[in-house]
Write a protein that binds this ligand. Structure first.
Ligand code: HEC
Length: 199
């Protein structure tokens, strides 16, 4: 019986190349959190040029977080987190602080609304999650940005952050939810994929 491996050397070579490619990609991805924001940005742009795959924008922490579906338990958990930790600034009715689009005397922005009159629904899940977990400056990869939005990473679990954001999302109209889903699609590369006509 002949050995198939030697009869089809090209198959072996393809496997070898794919293996090297996967190992190189894994090494690059493992190294990514160590990169400076500028380097990471140019690395992403380079990957976008080289790769036929959609490039997933994982934000500043290298993890693409997506909010879970809503149900009555998660909404009531999230509402409780909201009233204890967020309502003092963002308002019990999610209405935000007055003149929230103008910096106040500290030079920082007041707390914006989370209902449809604000722009929380403009942001993809991962961006919202990072703003709440790490604060605005880290989420925007701009360490010099001064903001009154606290980082909740030492106060709330990821589960609580997910719940409070699912609660906030549950108050939006279908139109705002659809708009925000578009932002999620763009961040996870699906929009990019569609634009290339591959879907
Ligand atoms: C001490 C006041 C304060 C508290 C408490 C607070 N925030 Fe904020 N939050 C702000 C401010 C101010 C901003 C505007 C950020 C900026 O400076 O650009 C903001 C921005 C945000 C944004 C971004 C909104 C957008 O449209 O860009 C989200 C999301 C958010 N907060 C969620 C929360 C959640 C959830 C909680 C509770 C777990 C919370 N915040 C608690 C002050 C606060």
């Amino acid at each position: 019986m002949t050995n198939k491996k030697y009869r089809r050397p090209e198959l072996f070579l393809i496997c070898l190349h794919a293996g090297i490619g996967i190992a190189a990609l894994a090494a690059v991805q493992a190294a990514e959190p160590e990169m400076s924001p500028e380097l990471r940005q140019s690395h992403r742009e380079l990957m976008e040029l080289l790769s036929p795959e959609p490039v997933i924008n994982t934000g500043s922490d290298g993890v693409l977080t997506q909010l879970t579906a809503e149900n009555s338990q998660i909404i009531s958990d999230g509402r409780e987190v909201y009233h204890v930790h967020c309502a003092a600034c963002h308002g019990a009715g999610l209405q935000g602080q007055p003149n929230w689009e103008q910096p106040n005397e500290t030079g920082m922005l007041p707390a914006p609304p989370h209902d449809g009159s604000g722009h929380t629904w403009h942001h993809a899940d991962d961006q919202l999650f990072e703003i709440v977990k790490y604060g605005a400056a880290t989420a925007m990869s701009d360490p010099g940005y001064r903001s009154m939005m606290p980082a909740f990473k030492d106060v709330l679990s990821d589960k609580d952050i997910n719940a409070v954001l699912v609660f906030i999302r549950s108050t939006w109209s279908d139109e705002h939810k659809q708009w925000q889903q578009g932002a999620n699609d763009a961040q996870s590369g699906r929009e990019w994929w569609r634009e290339k006509g591959d879907q």
